[in-house]
Ligand binder design. Structure first.
Ligand code: SAM
Ligand code: MD0
Ligand code: SF4
Length: 352
């Protein structure tokens, strides 16, 4: 056992400040014993704050059209594929059935679809308002980067959350990933959303060619921005993209990043995404300290994932019912919507 790992974990648990070098050291744990120690420390911190309660988010990727050309993304503009855009009524019906099945929130996600961005997001804003009013469920929007002036409209429409992932806090790497996009403009999404009174989610990708120091720096910067939800997701190489032939990384680095985020930022919401390893990756992520399940997708409605556009969708393994039964087996339970809404109310009142 590496004593310096135990020392850093204890320091974090006492709420003391951890240096970037120490974060990088935690991120580099290699032995099974050290990893187990890290995961169990992170889980116990999570349990102390959230008990055995887990939040579950339905994922509605309602338009796969995109004007951007991110190097890592399957849905980049120049990739040839069959794209879809769900109608307003379809989005409403999907959100309604996800709510009936027991989710806490609907994540309305799109590529930067020119049709949805037109007239200052009028179609998207109407969808958000209708899901909020008619389905009566918490809503996250993930529309990409939007102009500063639009945030108050998302707030008025009823959006609880705005998700926009920086992917990395290394500017040079960012410019190779999010081609033709501005780093500061993307960073400001979180700042502007907060100003408008919307909760925010930031995220990083793991295995993009970043160093351990980059990853440590990204986790610290992302946490310091104060986003109420923060995530790490393993990069999955995509067919037809410039990064297609990069070697896929082991999800272990993502699990370690989840634990480190939990130790550094104990009370944040941290996703276990089903969009990397499908349902097989659920338990390991919860065991690493995650407390939200994202990328739950109903079967047979022709909705896609992002990093894994098909995996475990049509076999129903990413359905609400299946996730709930797995939670049960793990001795955990999903939060009620009353519990989730009361958490959001507290988070909004804190306005970090
Ligand atoms: N289009 C919006 C945007 O880019 O902000 C919202 C949806 S986008 C598809 C959501 C996130 O999925 C990206 O920010 C990225 O973190 C993640 N993602 C995309 N492609 C991925 C891949 N190949 N592997 C892992 N994560 C990926
Ligand atoms: C997920 N595929 O949660 C989704 C996506 C967008 N807000 C979320 C990356 O894994
Ligand atoms: Fe478009 Fe988002 Fe994919 Fe980038 S990550 S190409 S913005 S869908």
């Amino acid at each position: 056992m590496d004593l310096s790992i135990t020392y850093i974990i204890d320091k974090a648990k006492e709420g003391k400040e951890i240096s970037k070098d120490e974060v990088a050291e935690l991120l580099s744990v290699k032995s099974d014993r050290d990893r187990t120690e890290l995961f169990s420390a992170a889980s116990s911190v999570r349990d102390r704050i959230f008990g055995n309660k887990v939040f579950i988010y339905g994922f509605v990727y309602f338009s796969t059209y995109c004007r951007n050309n991110c190097a890592f993304c399957y849905y980049r503009r120049t990739n040839k594929l069959n794209r879809y855009r769900k109608s307003e009524d379809e989005v409403l019906a999907l959100s309604g059935s996800l709510k009936d099945a027991g989710i806490n929130l609907v994540d309305l996600t799109m590529g930067e679809d020119p049709v949805m961005c037109a007239e200052d997001y009028s179609d998207l804003l109407r969808i958000v308002r209708r899901v909020k009013d008619e389905v009566d469920i918490s809503v996250m929007v993930s529309p990409g980067a939007v102009p500063e002036g639009s945030f108050s409209k998302f707030k008025d429409a009823g959006a609880d959350w705005f998700a926009c992932y920086q992917e990395t806090y290394n500017r040079e790497l960012f410019s190779k990933l999010r081609l033709e996009q501005d780093y500061d403009e993307r960073l400001n999404q979180k700042v502007w959303a907060k100003k408008a009174g919307i909760l925010t989610e930031d995220g990083i990708m793991v295995g993009l060619g970043e160093t351990l120091e980059d990853r440590a720096d990204s986790i610290i910067k992302m946490g310091s921005l104060g986003c109420e939800q923060i995530r790490a997701m393993t990069f999955v190489p995509q067919k037809g993209t410039p990064m297609e032939s990069m070697r896929p990384s082991e999800p272990m680095d993502e699990l370690i990043a989840i634990s480190v985020m939990r130790l550094l930022f104990p009370d944040r919401l941290i996703p276990a995404s089903l969009d990397v390893e499908g349902i097989a990756g659920l338990k390991t992520r919860l065991d690493a300290g995650a407390n939200v399940i994202t990328s739950i997708v109903p079967p047979h409605v022709d909705l896609a994932g992002v990093a894994q556009h098909e995996l475990d969708i049509d076999n129903g393994h990413r359905s609400v019912a299946h996730v709930l039964s797995m939670l049960d087996e793990m001795g955990k339970r999903s939060a009620t919507n009353t519990e989730y809404e009361s958490l959001l109310k507290d988070l909004k009142a804190q306005n970090r």
